[in-house]
Design a protein around this ligand. Sequence first.
Ligand code: ADP
Ligand code: MG
Length: 248
Amino acid sequence: MLRVEDLTVETTGKTIIKDLTLEVPKGETHVLFGPNGSGKSTLIKTILGFSNYKVVKGRIYFKEKDITDMPINERVKLGMGVVFQSPPALRGVKLKDILNSFLGQSRDGLENLIRALSLKHEFLDRDLNVDFSGGEVKLSEMLQLFAQRPDFALIDEPDSGVDVENLERIGKVLNNYLAESTGILITHTGYILRYLNVSKGHVIINGTIACSGNPLSILTQILHEGYGWCEKCLLMGKRELHERIAGR
Ligand code: ADP
Ligand code: MG
């Protein structure tokens, strides 16, 4: 459904993504790991079409269409949706206004979701992200994702700044969601993976994919040896590394 081919991306004259190739077939969600500043969020924003990220090489295909030069609103119309790492606060825009704009009259499922996330209805009356706690920001992003149900979801660090109870709630509802969706999920810490069934993971180092394979095997390796191990692997050559991890 999504194919990123040999992508190089610059912002303010600096190369952030380099020669990155990634393919996500329909029905799969791929996990991206990587240290802070490795380019994970930049990749998501480039796939979405943020104009300050300039594609200097490579192409992005979505549903077999070349979307590399397509404006962001058209990509959203084609079926892309996003959960931001740090979404902006919007004074005067209530969470329920956003949810209603996605849902229209059909609110089936929303009540169940509000219960599953242990949210109070007053929460929907608050201005979007204004004085929300870290956990509330992510819970609100989850509600929006479920309301929108995009064909392809770009989910950036759903576990950052979330306490243990909320992590479990978010993890469980997200796992139900992923069972019927396609997309990319970023996790820096890997905590959310405790709750998710995902088929494939990739480590991004310095804007390129250092290795790919079973996400839990990758996470175990990172927890034992840190991302320094991935940097070494990158130097050793991608192919050998890919086989090492995928074969575990
Ligand atoms: P990650 O999500 O993996 O932590 P990011 O993709 O957010 O990393 O950032 C990768 C690098 O690109 C960082 O060094 C960051 O400072 C830089 N970067 C990202 N966006 C911009 C921007 N708009 N202007 C300048 N530098 C940026
Ligand atoms: Mg990020």
